[in-house]
Structures are given as structure tokens and as C-alpha cells.
Design a protein around this ligand. Structure first.
Ligand code: ZN
Length: 99
């Protein structure tokens, strides 16, 4: 399977507004999430990568609510990932961060 490091390099966050410098979507954008999946798969390493994004975005957007941050960094990216999978994400750690 070919890794998508090029895509990962193209889509980068811009701070402090926490949007993608390439496609202008809220960070992490869908292509960035795709790159994380290519690098980390859909298990615990992806969870760790999303937590890092959450940590960055939360520090840059101190006024954002936890619900907004959770949707931006876990809910929306995981819905995007799950839409590309044949089976639902089933690991326990996902329900812990998205419940
Ligand atoms: Zn982007």
C-alpha cells in the first residue's frame, strides 16, 4: 500500500485560526485525516495522532467549547474515516473519545 506523505505535506494547519492552509477547511481537514490514516491506520496510533491535533487546536482556540473541539478533532474526522471503511470502527478507545 502506498503511503500518502505528499498529501500530508501539502495540507498543513495555519495558526492561530486553526484552518488548513491549502483547502481552508477547519483543521484537521479531510485530506489531512486521510494522510493520518495512511500513516497510522485506524487503530490506537490514529487516536494518538488525533489527540495531538486536539491538543494543538485547543491551545490555539482557547475560547472554543469542548463539544466543538471534540467534534472538530474526533467526531468529524472519525465520521470521515468510518465512511471509507467496510466495517464500523469497533475499538473500545473510539467510543471513549467520541461518546
Ligand atoms: Zn486541507
Amino acid at each position: 500500500m502506498e503511503k500518502q506523505h505528499a498529501a500530508h505535506g501539502v495540507h498543513r494547519p495555519t495558526w492561530p485560526d486553526a484552518t488548513c492552509g491549502t483547502c481552508d477547511a477547519d483543521w484537521p481537514c479531510d485530506p489531512a485525516v486521510d494522510a493520518l490514516v495512511a500513516d497510522h491506520g485506524t487503530g490506537l496510533p490514529l487516536s494518538a495522532a488525533l489527540w495531538r491535533a486536539f491538543d494543538e487546536v485547543a491551545r490555539m482556540l482557547p475560547g472554543a467549547s469542548f463539544a466543538d473541539l471534540r467534534w472538530r478533532c474526533f467526531g468529524r474526522p472519525l465520521a470521515h474515516v468510518e465512511a471509507q471503511l467496510d466495517e464500523p470502527l469497533s475499538c473500545d478507545h473510539w467510543s471513549e473519545v467520541t461518546a
